[in-house]
Design a protein around this ligand. Sequence first.
Ligand SMILES: [Zn+2]
Ligand SMILES: [Zn+2]
Length: 349
Amino acid sequence: MGNTQIKAYGATSVTTPMHEMNITRRDIRPCDVEFEILYCGICHSDLHSIRNDWGNAVYPQVPGHEIVGRITRIGSEVKKFKIGDLAAVGCIVESCQSCQYCHEGEEQFCEQGVTFSFNSEDKISGGMTYGGFSQTYVCDEKYVLQMPAFEDLASAAPLLCAGITVYSPLKHWRAGKGKHIGILGIGGLGHLAIKIAKAMGAYVTVFTSSPAKVTDAKRLGADAAVLSSDKEQMRACPPQDMILDTVSAEHDVNRYINLLKVDGSLVIVGLPAEPLKVGAFNIIHGRKSFSGSNIGGIAETQEMLDFCYRHNIVADSEIIDIKEVNTAFDRLARGDVKYRFVIDMSTLK
Ligand SMILES: [Zn+2]
Ligand SMILES: [Zn+2]
């Protein structure tokens, strides 16, 4: 068969808009599957990467790491999939498989560093990996998720990055019945965190700086919503076991650390560009933890997909044509989306 030329959408430099281009996918190896991409979510990391905000962008670059599709070819040794099955790929497409963390199913912490699904050194084919703004994907089945048949399959795509990013810490810090879980910020991550923490059985309080989002928080299932600029509301808030901080702009974390119970944790999943200031007094009193979390492993991502399917959780999303992708990135940069864009990849013909 050999390698396959396919259509994709990407940028050739930091200053050029994304446009249609041709890329090559490797021929399938015995352990690989190939799938036709049906939907691909747009995550903030795609925006950072295409605009080289982190200084590691390589061009041409094809973003997209919330990839949902249908299997078109399988290698001779593939066990998990057959042709026609739904499949999905998130952030991770390769890891060493021999370090402690790979053995424990926490590939995201692989000692050798993982290969990401886009803009990452491709250790198999050379060059860089190209993401899901494209017609097909080829991946070792170990890193391919079995995608449940969500009624709204398009809106399930953001679970592959945003979903696991919030599910993993909520599970790690044992969100559940009898626990007060705070969610700081309502965006792509925060809105899914509300739904997932609620489904886990926790009492969910949302903290937002926007009065309009107080109503939205309730609609999304939150038990309480606190306007963070209102000192009275902040003071009246019951102590929290854990606060998941999804804010990616500069903000004062100490105000939220002060809302934690003894042994409570503030867990960062947003990525503010500047270092955050944590007061020693704020964490010493009450033995509090200031912590972070980064996506999740493959097994946990599968568990999250199955959990969301059982609880009917998908992202609130706006489905777009691939030709609208540059406008969507501009809108995402302004925070003008409720709450996730998903590209209908059948529009890339
Ligand atoms: Zn992402
Ligand atoms: Zn490893």
